[in-house]
Design a protein around this ligand. Structure first.
Ligand SMILES: *[C@@H]1O[C@H](CO)[C@@H](O)[C@H](O)[C@H]1NC(C)=O
Ligand SMILES: *[C@@H]1O[C@H](CO)[C@@H](O)[C@H](O)[C@H]1NC(C)=O
Ligand SMILES: *[C@@H]1O[C@H](CO)[C@@H](O)[C@H](O)[C@H]1NC(C)=O
Ligand SMILES: *[C@@H]1O[C@H](CO)[C@@H](O)[C@H](O)[C@H]1NC(C)=O
Length: 326
């Protein structure tokens, strides 16, 4: 994603919510008097009239032919059919979309910590305990696992792609634009600042959290006392040291630190959501989808993408380091 082009879309996130006022009420008076951020000039990368003839004769369609070089509609459709599914968002990991959604009442969310204390600040919760347990990581009995239940529908904003991957190559651009007005690849590890500023931004829309994907799906939950109640807060067994078999493949942990198996479990849990319907604990409202592939909504990225593949690996082949603390 090109930071320069995205700079023009600074207020994109606000507009996502402004477009569905009944769901996320905004101040209509203020809206009318302000410039609507999405009314940017269409940079004319897509000429809509070139598609207008498609439906005239179905037999003329040639499915062996790819879409026109600079078309983006196909990318929007691909996005829409891939939301909340782990595999497509791993394959194409730089998200280009935000979608409002909700987490239904009664849904369980999980948080692992080494502290005997329920968070009083924004923190991360997982949709699967296999993922959250990985973050207990304490020694000498300091492994705490919290289970929360939603007591009302929680309002969330979903960032597609591998949006929780701690890499500087674009996975977090859309979040950064919303939190900070521009992508800040140098701050890819500044998760504490990111969650704090996203939650501050979301307050005026009543947003409870932000859904993202890493090894599995997670929610950046803004307030552990709002719309959720504690189901359990357990002191669980310390991970075995050197006792459990390690999964085959590259090892990211120092020998003797047997979190490798937990990591495998988290990835396995993520794989349950590989395909449709994806992670069904998060229910998206597609009428509020904002896609930066849509050149009528966001500044066109066609010119910066010209001649490039959709990126599926980092240029350096670098892998994010799973042992990095949040
Ligand atoms: C809406 O915005 C206008 C203009 O900024 C402000 O004067 C008014 O107090 C706001 N109304 C509410 C209900 O926040
Ligand atoms: C769009 O394409 C049509 C047909 O090729 C052309 O006549 C028209 O000028 C184009 N519009 C713009 C804005 O480029
Ligand atoms: C539209 O489709 C018809 C039927 O296939 C074809 O004859 C015609 O040339 C097309 N027009 C354009 C502008 O592509
Ligand atoms: C696609 O966009 C690039 C960059 O704007 C441009 O150089 C190229 O000519 C375009 N291709 C077509 C088929 O319009």
């Amino acid at each position: 994603m090109c930071p320069q082009s995205l700079l023009v879309a600074l207020s994109l996130g606000s507009a996502a919510f402004a477009s569905i006022p009944h769901q996320f009420p905004v101040n209509d008076t203020a809206r009318e008097t302000s410039v609507r951020p999405l009314d940017v000039t269409n940079l004319n990368a897509d000429n809509a009239s070139s598609y207008s003839n498609l439906s005239s004769d179905v037999e003329q369609w040639n499915f062996d032919e790819g879409p026109p070089e600079n078309a983006t509609g196909n990318l929007v459709f691909d996005t829409a059919r891939s939301l909340l599914q782990h595999w497509p968002n791993t394959r194409y990991r730089n998200g280009h979309n935000i979608v409002p959604g909700m987490i239904p009442i009664g849904t369980l969310l999980y948080h692992g910590t080494r502290l005997d204390k329920i968070p009083t600040e924004p923190e991360w919760v997982a949709t699967d305990p296999e993922h959250s347990i990985w973050f207990c990581r304490g020694v000498d009995g300091d492994n705490w696992h919290l289970t929360l239940a939603a007591t009302r529908p929680l309002k969330v904003l979903y960032f597609d792609g591998n949006s929780a991957a701690k890499v500087p190559e674009g996975t977090m651009d859309v979040q950064d634009i919303i939190a900070w007005g521009e992508p800040k690849p140098d701050l890819f590890r500044s998760e504490r600042e990111r969650i704090k500023d996203l939650c501050t931004w979301g307050k005026k829309f009543g947003i409870d959290g932000f859904a993202r994907m890493e090894m599995d799906f997670e929610v950046m939950l803004c307030d552990f006392t709002a719309g959720v109640k504690v189901v359990s807060f357990l002191n669980i067994a310390t991970f075995g040291q050197d006792k459990l078999p390690r999964y085959p493949g590259p090892q990211f942990f120092r020998p003797g630190f047997d979190v490798g198996l937990r990591e495998f479990e988290a990835m396995h849990a993520g794989s349950w959501h590989n395909r449709y319907p994806g992670d069904s604990r998060i229910v998206l409202d597609l009428t509020g989808l904002i896609s930066m592939y849509d050149t009528t909504l966001a500044p066109s990225l066609v010119a910066v993408r010209a001649g490039l593949e959709r990126q599926s690996t980092t240029p350096s082949g670098q892998r994010y380091r799973l042992e990095d603390p949040y």
